[in-house]
Design a protein around this ligand. Structure first.
Ligand code: HEC
Ligand code: HEC
Length: 350
């Protein structure tokens, strides 16, 4: 309903051409298949196991997410590679970390990451708190140590107070684990509900255009939805990247064996988590290699590599149009004022 009203308002202003969406009515059968496969992004994410999502914890996690002093150099924050103003990723092929060195993989978005079954392209972290401990220590990311992170935060009075408020009753609340817990609590707020696709799922029969509806139908009927389903249209399970057709080395680098490094099972060579497709229009370049900048091309590669079929140009266009309806409402973020350091705060090391 919301979209229809908006369109009427836009049409009245004579701007329909720039808006270009021609709403069509969804077929009840297509609606039924879509409702069986996908869920809308909820306004509030479930509370992660073993954590508490209190305002004090979320606010602390937000400061930590934006604080470059968690890195050895004092220049790299989570937001550097998961820029909340750029779709929650860095729009680089592979991320640049400590010493301006490029890492091996593309940065996935933090938006809606809380709904993924496990974190990273290969699912090696069970949840967001385990995940957050990775990049702070990774040599190609923030290159820091847990001890130095704790020493840095403990040297800053405002952080000492905020950790006490966020972890009440704990004797020495500034721990590396609590850093990760606070960041996880903050990340549960990074959800993007009410994409046009979700408005459709929630009952608006006119939320999508004819082209987008054809794209949705093709996405389901040709088999994309077998791997890309659920809330995030992906992020739920693991599949060989190139199950039907080997991929070019530039797209699937030979040295990155995916889940094989997690499970050590031969069948897991080149197995990766199905990419979550929420906000996909904002997060180019694509794939764990970041080798593909054009969403249309990513769709064409998926059809040959994962389904072993060649989609027509029209089908590729339709699916691409459908994928663009997955862009949700990004929550507004006020850039936080970070607590000021003291003379005891460890100095940046380049
Ligand atoms: C130097 C860039 C860089 C920094 C800094 C960084 N990340 Fe990442 N992040 C990445 C890359 C690259 C991946 C994917 C790595 C992989 O799959 O092996 C990733 C993966 C993730 C994921 C998993 C998302 C998913 O869909 O699986 C989350 C969540 C995340 N990072 C959060 C954080 C947080 C929180 C911080 C700060 C503590 C942080 N990152 C710092 C680059 C970075
Ligand atoms: C057999 C399972 C499977 C099928 C079927 C499948 N995909 Fe994928 N998809 C994956 C996997 C696994 C990845 C992650 C690849 C990687 O490692 O980069 C992925 C990644 C993607 C990405 C890139 C995500 C990102 O953030 O970079 C897009 C876009 C995509 N798929 C769309 C589609 C479309 C459209 C179809 C149907 C034509 C489809 N997929 C069919 C498993 C599948």
């Amino acid at each position: 309903m919301k979209t229809t009203t908006l369109m009427a308002a836009v049409a009245a202003g004579g701007l329909l051409a720039t808006f270009s969406l021609q709403a069509a009515k969804i077929d009840p059968n297509l609606r039924a298949s879509a409702e069986a496969l996908f869920d809308p992004v909820p306004y509030t994410a479930p509370v992660p196991d073993g954590n508490m999502v209190t305002p004090a914890r979320v606010e602390l996690g937000k400061l930590l997410f934006f604080d470059p002093r968690l890195s050895k150099s004092g220049t790299i924050s989570c937001n550097t590679c998961h820029n909340l103003g750029m779709g929650g990723d860095d729009n680089m092929e592979t991320s640049i970390g400590h010493g301006f060195v490029a890492g091996p993989r593309n940065s996935p978005t933090v938006y809606n990451a809380v709904f993924n079954v496990a974190q990273f392209w290969d699912g090696r972290a069970a949840d967001l708190k385990e995940q957050a401990m990775g990049p702070i220590q990774a040599g190609v990311e923030m290159a820091n140590t847990p001890d130095k992170v704790v020493e840095t935060l403990a040297s800053i009075p405002e952080y000492r107070q905020r950790f006490q408020e966020a972890f009440p009753g704990e004797e020495s609340p500034i721990t590396f684990m609590n850093v990760a817990m606070a960041i996880e609590a903050y990340e549960t707020t990074l959800v993007t509900p009410d994409s046009r696709f979700d408005l459709m799922l929630k009952g608006d029969d006119h939320a999508l255009s004819a082209e987008e509806l054809r794209g949705l139908e093709t996405f389901i009927n040709k088999g994309c939805a077998a791997c890309h389903r659920g809330v995030n249209l992906g992020g739920e399970n693991y599949y060989t990247f190139g199950v039907q057709e080997d991929l070019d080395e530039s797209i699937r680098p030979e040295g990155d064996k995916g889940r094989f490094t997690v499970t050590n099972t031969a069948a897991d060579e080149y197995v990766f988590r199905a990419g979550p497709l929420r906000n996909i229009a904002l997060t180019a370049p694509y794939f764990h290699s970041g080798a593909v900048w054009d969403l249309r091309e990513a769709v064409a590669i998926m059809s040959s590599s994962q389904l072993g079929i060649d989609l027509s140009e029209q089908e590729i266009d339709d699916i691409t149009a459908f994928l663009k309806t997955l862009t949700g409402d990004i929550p507004p973020v006020d850039y936080p004022q970070l607590p000021v350091e003291t003379l005891d705060t460890p100095r940046p090391e380049l």
